[in-house]
Design a protein around this ligand. Sequence first.
Ligand SMILES: NC(=O)c1ccc[n+]([C@@H]2O[C@H](COP(=O)([O-])OP(=O)(O)OC[C@H]3O[C@@H](n4cnc5c(N)ncnc54)[C@H](OP(=O)(O)O)[C@@H]3O)[C@@H](O)[C@H]2O)c1
Length: 507
Amino acid sequence: MAIPTASSRAKLESLSSSSVAATSPASIGLFCNPGRVRRLPIQKGLLNSGIRCEVAANDVVDQNVTSSSSLSALEQLKTSAADRYTKERSSIVVIGLSIHTTPVEVREKLAIPEAEWPRAIGELCNLNHIEEAAVLSTCNRMEIYVVALSQHRGVKEVTEWMSKTSGVPVAEICKHRFLLYNNDATQHLFEVSAGLDSLVLGEGQILAQVKQVVKVGQGVTGFGRNISGLFKHAITVGKRVRTETNIAAGAVSVSSAAVELALMKLPESSHTTARMLVIGAGKMGKLVIKHLVAKGCTKMVVVNRSEDRVSAIREEMKDVEIIYKPLNEMLNCAAEADVIFTSTASETPLFMKEHVVDLPPVGPSVGGLRLFIDISVPRNVGACVNELESARVYNVDDLKEVVAANKEDRLRKAMEAQAIISEESKQFEAWRDSLETVPTIKKLRAYAERIRLAELEKCMSKMGDDISKKTKKAVDDLSRGCSALRQIYQYWNRKFELKWSKLKNKV
Ligand SMILES: NC(=O)c1ccc[n+]([C@@H]2O[C@H](COP(=O)([O-])OP(=O)(O)OC[C@H]3O[C@@H](n4cnc5c(N)ncnc54)[C@H](OP(=O)(O)O)[C@@H]3O)[C@@H](O)[C@H]2O)c1
């Protein structure tokens, strides 16, 4: 049985009263007529993980209410609404849109910058059926993890919230989203953290991003015990998979795939001579620079808002000539570049058609096309730039072309990691179970103590007033010993019953 938290108790109260207030006599009929729960499998065709996904199509229908009761229908509804949530444990649900299911033009609208995560968690937890929440918003995915009092209503509320905050219609979100519950949601996050669900298998940035979710979530009300436990466990899994399997062997990143893509599009003779411009000197920009150097590039221009980061990179990579330019010189720099990599956190595009149309054409030695390789989400280069005959734009989704080549290798590595993930999923489930066991044991102890005191009082009154202090203490000690035994007996009896009922259900 779920032990409701303070917030869930408050929500239960408001839910039971609001459902009564909002229910017309006509709709009571629906609640009194339990429908069959239909399970709809949703196949999302993910690249790496066989995503398991089910939606209870009409879990709105309350099966606890029967017309045979002598209580009024409204009373039944009120009790059953609260009952539904106290009988069952809250669910962990992920509502996600990833690179495997959703194009970048939709993902970028849904993306939530890191600074906004605490606000988003707060808003999500204000929804009626959401107790805890976390946001995992990266270039590959926008996933919202919640602990929901009701799966169906929780998903509905979160989807509506996503639509409201992004401006993407609910129907559009539903078209692309995937839904996973409990063990499937846990397993999915573990796969994500291990880099199994990334476009570039085993890439390390995703683990850093999962760590960032925990860091930002610390102290945020709503990034509760279950969700923070889940994300912390995912970090352990991510580390384990990378140390115990060879998934990260020769692992590349989105940035290295971006460099690979650029080289694929350039004539081979120009690989080391093409004029390279990197815009953005954050984590991704730095990796782009590193991979360009690894591919033989010896000189490049780096545009960034501030110079500090570029100076630090220059210090680290002494063998390459890095020319720093501020952001307001970006267009002049673009005029003198053949390939432009963009990886900034800017929320608005840096290049639109009108910025690129007047740039001088690039030479035939580099293929006659100015290449924009944009790994930013939201994108830094408008898709309209592709309409120009002189330029080609590639975004993060186009990197699939580079990584598709090693599919078999990916599958083999993914299978190695799966064993660790299933083991860790079981451990996490056991931990979640233990969250419920602790309050149960506390209650059991209090109950046993009440019985002990009552029995002790009865015994003492039978023995009369003239018994010695020593005898009193001996009786008291005896009662404590018996009580401890009784608690142990009840605890194991309860555990046995739980296991037995689970076994019976399986058979
Ligand atoms: N991290 C990943 O694993 C990953 C993977 C693929 C794609 N991406 C995408 O790559 C982009 C950069 O990510 P990151 O991890 O490198 O971020 P980061 O380390 O936080 O760096 C952000 C970069 O963007 C610049 N920037 C921030 N706001 C800007 C603005 N309004 N105008 C122009 N420049 C601005 C920063 O300049 P200052 O140095 O002056 O602050 C810095 O160079 C993001 O769009 C992200 O979605 C990230």
